[in-house]
Design a protein around this ligand. Structure first.
Ligand SMILES: NC(=O)C1=CN([C@@H]2O[C@H](COP(=O)(O)OP(=O)(O)OC[C@H]3O[C@@H](n4cnc5c(N)ncnc54)[C@H](OP(=O)(O)O)[C@@H]3O)[C@@H](O)[C@H]2O)C=CC1
Ligand SMILES: O=C(CO)COP(=O)(O)O
Length: 318
């Protein structure tokens, strides 16, 4: 099975590096200078400094070249995915398109699988999601992810697993993508708690209530609850809410401490918090934590006000 990775950010590059253990990989970057530099230096110094690109990764800025493969992994940020698919739909039809992005598109309020179905109706949508930092995958550290496909696809699982990257299959695309989208929102919240000095007990409470919300929201959209208890839900929530390697967590840390954060860093949870709070209101799903995080990121509320509001909610059964 020939494989390309579309998007040469930290994650796309890391996936290309690990998949190169199985055979040749084409890595597409949107910027021709960036592609040429990576092809020559065998490093992605802009997005993933350090790890070496094996010789069987060929880097290109020619999308038509990258689109020759049967399977393409999409690793562009969520809020750019719709425009990317619209622009290149002609080349991507009839492929298996594996989205590696985590979030909900703010314009359409859809996740990556619905965007793939909208723009490339003849493609097979799939998702690769779960707890894994690009740097860990690129270094060959042990990682486990969820592969979600509409038909239980063992061949794809085999093709995308490597000696250090272990994939588990599911057919629950809704659950897999909503777990990955929502955990970024809650990681911002966990960062705020720690950045504001509210303590580890408060973070544990936030994570637990966030998990309850995540399950409630995803099940209301047709997800299976057990998917949310797996790698793409609980697993990624734990990783991202507790590690300073997470950009969403670090963004929250800065927000909680009242410090500035580099706007060029990809922080998927900000747009997704807004999308989730809009969807929750429309569909009447109780999502107090996500809605509070949306209000915080939009500076509609201060951290002390957010804490007071959450603590003042009526007492109820767990
Ligand atoms: N980093 C990680 O550890 C993980 C990331 N993910 C997910 O992967 C997705 C990508 O994240 P990540 O790789 O870390 O992000 P980065 O910020 O490292 O890179 C983003 C990449 O997307 C490219 N890009 C931006 N806009 C466009 C566009 N309009 N068209 C085409 N390409 C574009 C950028 O190009 P350029 O370099 O030219 O700006 C860059 O290569 C996110 O949804 C993230 O949640 C999932 C798991 C782990
Ligand atoms: O998705 C990730 C880990 O699974 C990466 O998280 P951040 O985007 O917060 O860095």
């Amino acid at each position: 099975m020939s494989i390309s990775v579309l998007g040469a950010g930290a994650f796309g590059t890391a996936l290309a590096i690990t998949l190169a253990q199985n055979g040749p990989v084409t890595l597409w970057a949107r910027d021709a200078d960036h592609a040429e530099e990576m092809q020559r230096t065998r490093e992605n110094s802009r997005r993933l400094k350090g790890p070496r690109l094996p010789e069987n990764i060929s880097v290109t800025a020619e999308i038509a070249l990258a689109a020759r493969s049967e399977t393409a992994l999409l690793a562009v940020p969520m809020q750019r995915t719709g425009a990317f698919l619209a622009e290149h739909a002609g080349l991507l039809q009839s492929k298996t398109l594996v989205s590696c992005s985590k979030g909900i598109d703010l314009q359409t309020l859809q996740g990556p699988s619905a965007l793939i179905r909208q723009f490339c109706p003849d493609a097979v949508p799939a998702l690769l999601t779960g707890p894994s930092f690009a740097a860990d995958i690129a270094r060959g550290l042990p990682t486990a992810l969820t592969l979600a496909t509409p038909e239980d696809d063992e061949a794809l699982q085999q093709a995308l697993s490597t000696p250090s990257l272990r994939l588990y299959r599911t057919t629950d695309l809704t659950g897999a993508e909503l777990g990955g989208a929502l955990k970024n929102v809650y990681a911002i919240g966990a960062g705020v708690v720690i950045g504001a000095g509210l303590g580890d007990s408060a973070r544990a409470a936030l994570m637990t209530r966030s998990f309850a919300e995540m399950v409630r929201f995803a099940v209301a959209q047709g997800a299976r609850p057990e998917t949310l208890s797996g790698l793409s839900g609980f697993g990624d929530l734990v990783l991202t809410c507790t590690s300073p390697l997470s950009r969403n967590f670090r963004f929250g840390l800065a927000l909680g401490a009242g410090e500035a954060f580099d706007p060029s860093v990809t922080v998927e949870g900000v747009a997704t918090a807004k999308a989730v709070s809009i969807l929750a209101e429309k569909r009447k799903i109780d999502m107090p934590v996500a809605s509070m995080i949306a209000a915080l990121t939009e500076a509609r509320i201060s951290v002390p006000e957010a804490v007071l509001t959450l603590l003042a909610r009526p007492l109820k059964q767990e």
